[in-house]
Design a protein around this ligand. Structure first.
Ligand SMILES: [Ca+2]
Ligand SMILES: [Ca+2]
Length: 361
């Protein structure tokens, strides 16, 4: 029995709760041939803007947030990710995790608090549950931040899926994950809810914020203020550069919040260490694997997703490892370490495609 230790001050919002056991096994429901288009992805693979406006507000393009993932490539049931007969002896280390951690980690991110501002996290996922320490549902504070989309659970798994005998493993498998649900089941949300999520993260003294969300190019002042408040408190804010890029790498296509100055903007790489064609260009700080990423998914499942969303999660995981090594280091010191350790990718030097290059532990 694992108790979720919901961090104060959230009493009256989310009650302490016991969450036990894996979600129901859904053997054979999905396979790679019938990947499930969810949320803001459509059939041609380009993310669709699913703009949701706050009530009584004049429509503003920048109030719409969406998830910068390319599409759900494949949803795997627990049964499909590993042979059930060997389930007690097998765990996959996805290629993208190996790419970033190399020969191994110096620690597992223990004691580092990471807020995942997203669609929630599958709070009962057997490959995450021990690391989920709290959170909030900003959309409906009377409910748990349970992931009704899948995206947030995928992000959480890249950052910190458990190192055990099944499923996958994340970059920082003993990190403390906090589910901050700011997007609904379709992956849509508002700037004001994102700002509230950041405020919750500040109030609850998170160390790192992962924001795999994009919301166009107009910078809302309220969002900038919230992010500056976080970075002024020595917090690291990581965001997906966005999926509005093009094959030629032309133009300034990075979206908010990644394009806001103190945010670490992350580009997506393919398995060949090339910028993915969808990965936004311009204000890019660093790059990480983003295409064909296997991780945890809603309802105890696993899925392969692609996008700068996934790339951002790798950088968050690496920062968690750094922070566990140097718990007293300032955010700017950790940022310099992050940038200094990255492997430069062509063209030589810092560039608008992959920033300082491939993130490394
Ligand atoms: Ca595992
Ligand atoms: Ca370069």
């Amino acid at each position: 029995m694992l108790a979720i230790n919901w961090q104060k001050p959230i009493q009256g919002v989310i009650r302490p709760h016991l969450l036990t056991g894996p979600a129901g096994d859904q053997v054979g429901q999905c396979n790679c041939a019938d990947w499930m288009p969810l949320g803001s992805a459509n059939n041609n693979g380009k993310p669709t803007s699913t703009i949701k406006q706050p009530r009584n507000a004049k429509p503003l393009a920048h109030t719409g947030l969406r998830l910068p993932y390319f599409k759900v490539e494949c949803v795997l049931t627990k049964a499909r990710i590993f042979d059930q007969r060997r389930a007690t002896t097998r765990q996959i280390t996805p290629w993208n995790i190996t790419r970033v951690i190399g020969k191994g980690r110096v620690n597992h991110g223990k004691g580092v608090r990471v807020a995942v501002l997203d669609t929630g996290i599958d709070l009962k996922h057997p490959d995450l549950v021990a690391n989920i320490k709290g959170g909030i549902n900003i959309i409906d504070p009377t409910r748990y931040p349970q992931d009704d989309n899948g995206h947030g659970t995928h992000i959480a798994g890249v950052i910190g899926a458990l190192n055990n005998h099944f499923g996958v493993v994340g970059i920082a498998p003993r990190v403390s994950l906090y589910a901050v649900k700011v997007l609904d089941a379709s992956g849509s949300g508002t700037i004001s809810n994102l700002v509230k999520g950041i405020e919750w993260a500040i109030a609850n003294r998170m160390h790192i914020l992962n924001i795999s969300i994009s919301g166009g190019k107009i910078i809302p002042p309220a969002l900038t203020l919230a992010i500056q408040a976080a970075t002024n408190r020595n917090m690291l804010v990581v965001a997906a550069a966005g999926n509005a890029g093009n094959a030629a790498g032309m133009g300034d296509t990075v979206e908010i919040p990644a394009r806001i100055q103190p945010v670490i903007s992350v580009a997506a790489l393919t398995r060949a260490n090339r910028r993915a064609s969808y990965s936004a260009t311009g204000k890019v700080d660093i790059a990480a694997p983003g295409s064909q990423i296997l991780s945890t998914y809603s309802n105890g499942r696993y899925a392969v997703l692609s996008g700068t969303s996934m790339a951002a999660a790798h950088v968050t995981g690496v920062l968690a490892i750094y922070r566990a090594v140097y718990p007293r280091a300032s955010a700017s010191t950790l940022k310099n370490l992050l940038y200094g350790r990255a492997i430069d990718l062509p063209p030589q030097g810092i560039d608008s495609y992959t920033g300082r290059g491939l993130v490394q532990i």
